[in-house]
Ligand binder design. Structure first.
Ligand code: WQD
Length: 355
C-alpha cells in the first residue's frame, strides 16, 4: 500500500462507508478502515474485498485492490488507537463517517450523541494535526438546512437550527471544521451534505442493514417487499406536494460514494473549506418510491396512510449544480435503479449481514 495515497475511512464498515471503500479502492487509493462495529458488521469489509477482487479480474480495479484495504476494530474516541494507526500507515486524507445517526434516538439520548459525534471528531482532528495530515472529507447532511424556505436547496441557503441532537451534531461539526480552517488555512476540508442515500451495490453483497424496525423509508419498504413487515407506513398524505406525501431527493449510495472520491481528487491542490450538496436535484414522493419498489420486486406493495411524523418537512431536494461545477461530479442513477439495487440486496440478504 506504500505507493498509494492511503485514506483513513472512519465508520468504513457502515452503509455509506463500505460503498465508499469500494470506489476508493477502484480509484487506486489505499484504504484504512476504523470502525467499532457498534452499528455495522465486519462482513461488509470482507465483502468489499470480494467485490474489488472481482472488479480487478474484469480490469475495473487495480490488481492489488483487495490487498489494499486494512481494517481496525477501534473507536475513533480512542486516541491511542488512532495514533497507532497513524504510526502504521502514511495517511494522506480522512473521510469521516463514524457517528451515531438515528434522528429519533438522538432525541432520547442527547448526551451520547453529542459526546460520541463531537468528541470523536475533536480527537480525530487533533491526531491528524499532530501527524501533519490536513485533508478531511466530512459526512454532513442536508439536515443542516432545517425546514427549507424554498427548494431546490443550494449551498448558499442559510443553515437553520436543527430539529434534533443528531442534526445539531452535523451542524456543530461543520462549524468546528470551519473554525479549524480559519485557524490554520493549510487544512483542506470538504463538507458533503447528503440528501437521502438509498440503494446498494449492484452485486447485492453490501447494503443498508439497520438494526430493528427501520426508521428510514426505503429500508422499511424493502422489508415489506420481502414480507418481514406487513405494509408501508405512509407518514401523512396531506402535505402541499403533488400527491400529498413527503418529497425527498433520493440518491444512489454508489453515486454518493463516487462523490467522495471526486472530493478527494479535487482537494489535491486546494486549501480551505468547501461545502457541497450531494443530491440528484430531483424530488420523489413516498408513493413514487413505493411504486418504484413495487416495479423492482414485481408486486404491488400495500400501504397504510398514517398521520404525519413529527419533525418531517413537506419537501426537500438539492440544487446539484455546484457539485458538478466544482467537483466534476453528477449523480447518474435514477429511482428505479436505486430500488432495483436495494431489492437485490434485501432479497439476497433477508437478515442483512446476520446469518
Ligand atoms: C423520507 C420520507 C417521511 C419512513 C433522514 C434524516 C437525514 C438523513 C436521511 C442521515 C419522509 C417518509 C419515512 C416511513 C414514511 N439521515 N417516511 N414512512 O427523514 O428525509 O431524512 O434520513 O443523514 O438526516 O433526517 O428520511 O427515509 O426517514 O423519510 O412515510 O416508514 O419518507 O415522512 O417524507 P428523512 P426518511
Amino acid at each position: 500500500m506504500s505507493e498509494k495515497k492511503n485514506i483513513l475511512v472512519t465508520g468504513g464498515a457502515g452503509f455509506i462507508g463500505s460503498h465508499t471503500c469500494i470506489e476508493l479502492l477502484q480509484a487506486g487509493y489505499g484504504v484504512v478502515v476504523v470502525d467499532d462495529l457498534s452499528n455495522s458488521s465486519e462482513k461488509a469489509v470482507d465483502r468489499v474485498r470480494s467485490i474489488v477482487a472481482d472488479a480487478a479480474k474484469e480490469g475495473k480495479a487495480p490488481a492489488d485492490a483487495a490487498e489494499s484495504i486494512v481494517f481496525y476494530k477501534e473507536n475513533v474516541l480512542d486516541r491511542a488507537a488512532l495514533e497507532r494507526i497513524f504510526d502504521a500507515h502514511d495517511i494522506y486524507g480522512v473521510i469521516h463517517f463514524a457517528g451515531y445517526k438515528a434522528v429519533g434516538e438522538s432525541v432520547e439520548k442527547p448526551l451520547e450523541y453529542y459526546h460520541n459525534n463531537l468528541v470523536n471528531t475533536l480527537v480525530l482532528c487533533d491526531v491528524m494535526r499532530e501527524r501533519g495530515c490536513k485533508n478531511i472529507v466530512f459526512s454532513s447532511s442536508a439536515t443542516v438546512y432545517g425546514e427549507p424556505d424554498s427548494v431546490p436547496l443550494s449551498e448558499s441557503a442559510p443553515k437553520k437550527p436543527a430539529t434534533n441532537p443528531y442534526g445539531w451534531t452535523k451542524w456543530m461539526i461543520e462549524q468546528i471544521l470551519t473554525d479549524l480552517s480559519v485557524a490554520d488555512p493549510a487544512w483542506n476540508i470538504v463538507l458533503l451534505r447528503y440528501f437521502n442515500p438509498i440503494g446498494a451495490h449492484e452485486s447485492g453483497l453490501i447494503g443498508e442493514d439497520p438494526k430493528g424496525i427501520p426508521n428510514n423509508l426505503v429500508p422499511y419498504v424493502a422489508q415489506v417487499a420481502i414480507g418481514k413487515l406487513p405494509a408501508v407506513r405512509v407518514f401523512g398524505n396531506d402535505y402541499d406536494t403533488p400527491d400529498g406525501t413527503g418529497v425527498r431527493d433520493y440518491i444512489h449510495v454508489v453515486d454518493l460514494a463516487r462523490g467522495h472520491v471526486a472530493a478527494l481528487n479535487w482537494m489535491a491542490d486546494k486549501h480551505g473549506v468547501e461545502v457541497v450538496n450531494l443530491g440528484t436535484g430531483k424530488g420523489s414522493s413516498v408513493l413514487d418510491v413505493v411504486a418504484a419498489f413495487s416495479r423492482a420486486c414485481g408486486r404491488e406493495l400495500p400501504v397504510d396512510i398514517q398521520p404525519r411524523r413529527a419533525g418531517d418537512v413537506a419537501e426537500n431536494y438539492a440544487d446539484p449544480r455546484k457539485a458538478e461545477e466544482v467537483l466534476g461530479w453528477k449523480a447518474e442513477y435514477d429511482l428505479d435503479r436505486m430500488c432495483a439495487d436495494s431489492w437485490r440486496w434485501q432479497s439476497m440478504n433477508p437478515n442483512g449481514y446476520a446469518e
